[in-house]
Design a protein around this ligand. Structure first.
Ligand code: HEM
Length: 464
């Protein structure tokens, strides 16, 4: 397909023409923070304001993003908002710790996610994907599927297989349901979080999620304990991430992670890795359902998928490009919040310690000064020959700098295998002209379940 063909332009909520006042802002931030962005955010490189909520700086130019996430990253900690929303369940995990505690854990965990180690999980991922597609029984007829729950189920199964070799022992469905409950209710931003009210003021949603949190804690703790016992008694333990986590040692002092840290990181990987990848796949399938020429490219690549080949990913350039373009338009983590620990200057603007600094992939990836035709679905821009033209700091679905997503290679591999497995078997079609309504609830989700029609691919019989 030449890049001159018409491109699909997915629907997105209208932008605000003027900033919101305090109360409507808080209401909007609770309902759906995507609605707080105004036209100016998508045109101006940065916007600074100092109002009743304190000083806030929104940075949307690659130089500024590089400064905050990489060059002067030591001056920025993750906002208290993220800790309040996701903690205490993940408090000791990699996502939420800071300073030396984070540095030590990152050092210990980094070897678990190298590309070489990740590629060892390809075959397991492919098996899980094939099982899910078989479960749709498309040979019996086309089906309309709720892609949100299908993709959540799929990415949960992949994590369960690669993290702890499916040792949830029949409890997987309960675990997954609890996870969705937690994400849907407990982890929602409360207006009290937006204004920074103390943690002891109860948040209704989070109280409701308390039981779910305890369920996770006890389930994961027993998983860790059982595996630790197997390793300690010299019984052969499965070659998965849990064994690797329990066996990992800090190269500087030989120390291991405590069981509490291991459990927090297992939950972190599940919470950070399952929902984000599922949403990536959902948005990607939505875009494909509206772009037959792109789907045709992907089907050709999917037919040649062979994860046994060490360089299988190199044969899927369109598949990778489509997923990357989907994450540009619908970044699963639409906003990164930081707080300045000391004064700084960003793009010529002095800021004080305590300033909230927001880098929003949602804004950056659709910024009018950074992208040609930002609203159009044009995977072509991410093909290997064009990708070099994209500034590293204009495209940050996995963030950048020292706190870059540790699971990025894992997630890309998983999304590529899943997409190719679906397209090898199925045509993916829209069921309605109505498009999904994106909302920001920690991740970028569709407000209503995303439903797509899948039917078995017809193949031209090969000549006898
Ligand atoms: C498409 C899928 C994914 C996306 C878009 C994504 C995105 C991100 C982003 C934006 C961050 C930085 C957050 C911040 O700085 O505030 C992050 C951090 C993190 N992600 Fe991912 N992620 C994905 C999949 C995964 C997977 C599969 C795993 C693990 C199995 C994972 C584990 C983590 C962890 C542990 C961190 C914290 C890293 C640190 O602070 O050192 N993510 N991710």
């Amino acid at each position: 397909m030449a890049d001159g063909s018409p491109h699909f332009r997915p629907w997105t909520p209208p932008r605000r023409t003027a900033p919101l006042k305090l109360l409507p802002f808080m209401w909007q931030a609770w309902r759906d923070p995507l609605g707080i962005w105004s036209d100016r955010h998508f045109r101006e490189p940065q916007l600074y304001g100092n109002g009743p909520l304190g000083a806030v700086m929104v940075v949307s130019h690659p130089e500024g993003v590089r400064h905050v996430l990489t060059e002067n990253a030591a001056n920025y900690e993750k906002g208290a908002l993220q800790r309040r929303v996701l903690g205490p369940l993940l408090a000791d995990g990699l996502l939420l710790t800071e300073g030396d505690v984070w540095r030590r854990a990152r050092r210990i965990l980094a070897p678990l996610f190298t590309p070489a180690r990740t590629v060892r999980t390809s075959a397991r991922m492919a098996e899980v994907c094939a099982r899910r597609v078989e479960g749709w029984r498309l040979e019996q007829g086309a089906r309309v599927l709720n892609m949100d729950s299908e993709m959540s189920g799929l990415t949960f199964d992949i994590l369960s297989a690669t993290l702890f070799s499916d040792e949830l022992d029949g409890d997987a469905a309960g675990f997954e349901a609890a996870l969705n409950r937690y994400l849907g209710v407990g982890a929602r931003i409360s207006p009290l979080d937006v204004i920074g009210a103390p943690a002891w003021i109860p948040r209704l949603g989070r109280l409701a999620a308390g039981d779910t949190a305890r369920f996770f804690e006890s389930r994961v703790a027993s998983l860790v304990k059982a595996r630790r016992a197997r390793i300690d008694t010299g019984e052969s333990a499965p070659d998965d991430l849990l064994t690797a986590l329990l066996s990992a040692r800090d190269e500087t002092d030989g120390a291991a992670l405590s069981d509490r840290e291991v459990a927090a990181n297992i939950l972190t990987f599940i919470l950070a890795g399952h929902e984000t990848t599922a949403r990536t796949l959902g948005w990607t399938l939505h875009l494909i359902s509206r772009s037959p020429e792109v789907a045709a490219r992907l089907k050709i690549e999917a037919d040649g998928l062979d994860v046994a080949a060490p360089d299988w990913a190199d044969h899927l350039p369109w598949t990778r490009a489509v997923i990357e373009e989907a994450m540009r338009l619908f970044p699963p983590a639409p906003s990164l919040a930081r707080r300045a620990l000391g004064p700084d200057v960003i793009g010529g603007q002095p800021i004080e310690a305590g300033t909230a600094v927001i880098v929003s992939p949602w804004v950056l990836h659709r910024h009018e000064t950074l992208w040609d035709d930002p609203a159009a679905f044009r995977p072509h821009r991410f093909l290997p020959e064009n990708r070099k033209a994209i500034d590293r700091y204009a495209y940050i679905p996995f963030s950048a700098g020292p706190r870059v997503c540790i699971g990025a290679a894992f997630a890309m591999q998983e999304a590529m295998i899943a997409l190719a497995t679906v397209l090898r078997s199925a045509e993916v079609e829209a069921v309605t002209t109505m498009e999904p309504y994106p909302v920001h609830q920690i991740t970028l989700r569709s407000r209503d379940p995303m439903r797509l029609r899948l039917q078995l691919r017809s193949r031209t019989p090969s000549p006898a």
